[in-house]
Design a protein around this ligand. Structure first.
Ligand code: SAH
Length: 314
């Protein structure tokens, strides 16, 4: 396959970073990626709920350096452009050709068929014809695209286990913070009559519809919307009209706590609220917010420091 981009990396001492960036911009570079060890660590810390582990090699590479990356096309034009960009910048650099394919698919090698709970198997779309599943297994085909929700995170697994134990066939489900749609589509594969998913990230809507279609689920059975489940009141009003037997929210404590007061209005009679994405140290705080909202915690699940709480009105 043809290489299309050349990624050019310059290692810079932290104190020279501003000056080198300014020079590159003055030379006409349209965009830079700046990687600083400090910034990288802060980013990891802030997004901790999204990582299961961080590659030691990656941490090692980020030690003590700042790195500037820029991109040119991997052809004669690009190389000429690069010479212009680097004028007056006397630093060594390395180049790596990137293929569109690497760009979009590099994560695929980390994503394998995965059994979750008693019956469900998450199968990456590109392995649909090669995987043999045990008898009675429910297959969930997924293509996570660029949204969160591959099923490999402990908090997603707690939800998938919960769905298998709690969902009554034929009932509606609501998936708050749906990401790739994994929980909504799993619920539909496991017998829900209809699922609605909402995510603040508009990319999630298309990806979730695609994942539904991948599993043979049409738009008569599911609906995905972009919106903020805390601040968008009209959205919440609309969801409250639907009433779901199972409401899922795999988000984070800081979203679940302010969400709690509206949850009873989203639930059908005898319905269950399952919230996850909660770091164990904050589970009591979330349980207290649920109680305050008139919800009783009926079960607590835990995996690798993550907690999911099941609650009912009453
Ligand atoms: N349901 C998926 C993804 C969970 S990650 C799974 O279980 O794997 C949490 C998702 O919540 C992210 O996709 C994020 O964009 C979304 N989110 C965070 N805050 C939100 C809010 N206030 N309203 C709607 N979605 C939100």
């Amino acid at each position: 396959m043809d290489s299309v981009w050349l990624e050019v990396s310059l290692n810079v001492k932290a104190e020279e970073l501003d000056q080198v960036s300014a020079q590159l911009i003055a030379n006409g570079v349209p965009g830079l990626v700046v990687e600083e060890e400090e910034e990288f660590r802060a980013f990891l810390e802030e997004n901790r709920q999204y990582w299961d582990y961080v590659d030691d090699e990656l941490l090692e590479r980020m030690k003590g350096v700042s790195r500037i990356k820029l991109y040119v096309t991997d052809d004669a034009d690009g190389k000429q452009q690069l010479a212009g960009y680097l004028q007056g910048v006397n630093l060594p650099y390395t180049t790596v050709p990137l293929r569109e394919y690497d760009w979009a698919h590099s994560w695929q090698k980390y994503y394998r068929p995965l059994a979750v709970g008693a019956r469900l198997w998450i199968v990456p779309e590109w392995e649909r014809d090669t995987v043999q599943l045990p008898e009675g297994a429910v297959r969930l085909l997924m293509n996570p695209g660029l949204t969160f929700g591959t099923g490999s995170h402990a908090s997603t697994q707690l939800c998938l286990e919960g769905i298998q134990e709690v969902l009554r066939p034929g009932e509606r489900m609501l998936d708050l913070g749906c990401g790739s749609g994994i929980l909504a589509v799993a619920a539909l594969c496991l017998g829900a009559s209809h699922a609605t998913g909402v995510d603040i990230d508009p990319k999630a809507v298309d990806v979730a519809y695609e994942n539904a279609a991948l599993n043979g689920i049409g738009r008569d059975q599911c609906r995905f919307l972009a919106g903020n489940v805390i601040s968008d009141r009209s959205l919440v009003e609309e969801l409250a009209q639907e009433k779901a037997g199972l409401v899922l929210a795999n988000i984070v404590a800081d979203v679940i706590i302010p969400l709690a007061p509206v949850v009873p209005r989203l639930l059908a009679e005898e319905g269950t609220f399952l919230c996850s994405g909660i770091i164990d140290t904050r589970a009591d705080e979330v349980a207290a917010a649920l109680k305050e909202a008139g919800l009783q915690v009926t079960r607590r699940r835990e995996k690798n420091g993550w907690v999911a709480l099941e609650a009912k009105v009453g």
